[in-house]
Ligand binder design. Structure first.
Ligand SMILES: *Cc1c(COP(=O)(O)O)cnc(C)c1O
Length: 232
């Protein structure tokens, strides 16, 4: 695992240099969903500081098992009832795509006297299976989110559709961020790129890449609930 981690870091570095960027401007979030604590501890020992989880309870459990210098990113789809378990624990919540969710996070953060950093998820590829606001909705959503105390929107996040070239999707997210940044200079982050495409994402301006399997190895397949009565 430590060897794979080093490889991913060096691929990030080479992609950054190739595109005239500083490797230090890209943060690797090691996506540790479904990964057991010992493997996470090994990555931590190898110098990895940021980990990503997609379930609130799993994140909470793992926070307690690692040292307080570890940074936890929440990268999954978030339901409002899970918000209280994450605010203040997650260094960054990546996938905020609706105003009601932003309001819930802001309300909990205010009650606790903290400011919760978030990203807005944008469905650049228009994939109906993916979460995220439509690109044309992003300016209005950002304006409403910026007005909420207790929240700090730091940038944009996207997941490209399967089986398409991710580069134009990443380039579009960057263009949208640059456009929005004219009025919102705090939008420094672009969270884009996973195991299969993080080098392309770095070339297109990613400041955060979310990489799981390339570091920790294959995950067990996600079980998709089958409709009642289905066979096979
Ligand atoms: C699981 C996950 C990742 C990591 O995917 P890999 O293919 O394992 O690199 C990145 N981002 C999100 C939102 C995820 O859910």
């Amino acid at each position: 695992m430590a060897g794979r981690l080093r490889q991913v870091l060096s691929r990030i570095e080479r992609s950054a240099l190739r595109s005239g960027r500083r490797p230090d401007d890209v943060t690797l979030v090691a996506v540790s969903k479904t990964v057991d604590v010992p493997a996470i501890l090994a990555a931590r020992k190898a110098g990895q500081a940021a980990f990503g989880e997609s379930k609130a309870q799993e994140l909470q459990r793992k926070v307690g098992a690692l040292d307080p210098g570890t940074r936890w990113h929440f990268v999954g789809r978030l339901q409002r009832n899970k918000v209280p378990g994450l605010v203040g624990l997650a260094a960054l919540i990546h996938a905020v795509d609706r105003e009601d969710l932003a309001r819930s996070i802001a309300a909990v953060a205010q009650r606790r006297g903290v400011v919760q950093p978030i990203l807005l998820q944008v469905n650049v590829g228009g994939d109906p299976a993916k979460a995220g606001c439509r690109p044309e909705e992003a300016p209005a959503l950002l304006a409403r989110v910026r007005a909420l105390p207790g929240l700090a929107c730091r940038g944009l996040m996207t997941i490209p559709p399967h089986d398409t070239d991710p580069r134009p999707v990443f380039a579009s997210l960057r263009a949208l961020r640059d456009q929005l940044r004219a009025a919102a200079p705090e939008l420094e982050h672009l969270s884009m790129g996973m195991s299969g495409d993080f080098e392309v994402a770095v070339e297109e301006g990613a400041t955060i890449v979310r990489v799981g399997e390339a570091i920790f190895g294959p995950r067990p397949p996600v079980r998709v609930p089958r409709p009642a009565g289905a066979t096979g």
